[in-house]
Design a protein around this ligand. Structure first.
Ligand SMILES: [Zn+2]
Length: 261
């Protein structure tokens, strides 16, 4: 006779196997950047949208970083500090952004946790990011190197998710040429872009969005910010529970009945 406990364990193993088989790389990309001669930085119009891939089903999403042997100890330490600051509980103004200063839920947000904590006031389905030293068990694992990408790209992201439930299982990010880029805001924007994918966002058509398919630079400075595209994406994905593309138009929060603050 099979006890209930055995049946439950068997069912759990079956479930684990099912998830393992359905786990796929839902999203993979190599991220590049391009200089734009004329980008008008203005509010996105109603036609700009952002697409969505998948979502986490947990309140805290952990992230950690590791370095290969091309990165010296000093650079590792300063880089790790920047990443920890970028993942500070709310309003971390680190990460090398030159546009900082907007701390506390004003658009553009100063960092992902700033946005996530603000929207988390509306719903406990919105996760927050947390740095962990336990690299192997981190939800988002970032590998950094001084080596160049073969095609000159700055970053790489791969999102692993359950094909059926669209629940994210893990995310892998890679960053190249750390020594050259560590002090540039291209590096900070690339990090935010990768984290956006790791949170389940796809790309935005608005060039001023951090989730634009390419990092758009003007005079060598990346212009992508965490603004209405990202705000509306998190509302759609986590609060409304939809995977449909959503408008980047400011004020969409009001349309779903959520106050801005
Ligand atoms: Zn991308």
């Amino acid at each position: 006779m099979i006890s209930i406990g055995t049946v439950l364990v068997f069912a759990e193993l079956q479930e684990q196997e099912r998830i393992r088989q359905e786990k796929i790389a839902l999203f993979t990309e190599n991220l590049g950047y391009e200089e734009s001669a004329h980008v008008v930085i203005a509010d996105p119009d109603a036609s700009d949208t952002i697409a969505l891939n998948a979502r986490w089903n947990k309140p805290v999403v952990t992230m950690s970083v590791t370095y290969d042997s091309t990165v010296g100890a000093e650079l590792q330490q300063s880089s790790r500090e920047r990443i920890k600051q970028a993942l500070a509980p709310s309003g971390g103004s680190g990460s090398g952004s030159s546009s900082g200063g907007n701390v506390g839920g004003t658009v553009p947000y100063s960092g992902w946790n700033d946005l996530l904590y603000q929207l988390g006031k509306q719903s406990d389905k919105v996760p927050v990011l947390e740095y962990t030293d336990d690299f192997d068990r981190a939800d988002i694992r970032l590998y950094l190197t001084n080596d160049s990408h073969p095609e000159g790209k700055v970053g790489f992201t791969r999102l692993m998710a359950n094909k059926v439930t669209k629940e994210i299982i893990s995310a892998e990010m890679r960053g190249f040429e750390l020594g050259r880029l560590v002090d540039s805001n291209i590096n900070a924007v690339a990090l935010r872009h990768g984290i956006g994918h790791a949170l389940g966002l796809s790309h935005a058509s608005y060039p001023g969005s951090v989730m634009h398919p390419h990092i758009v630079t003007v005079n060598g400075t990346a212009i992508g910010t965490l603004g209405p595209c990202e705000e509306n994406a998190i509302v759609e994905l986590y609060i409304k529970g939809s995977l449909e593309p959503v408008s980047c138009k400011p004020g969409a929060l009001a349309q779903v009945g959520l106050p801005k603050k």
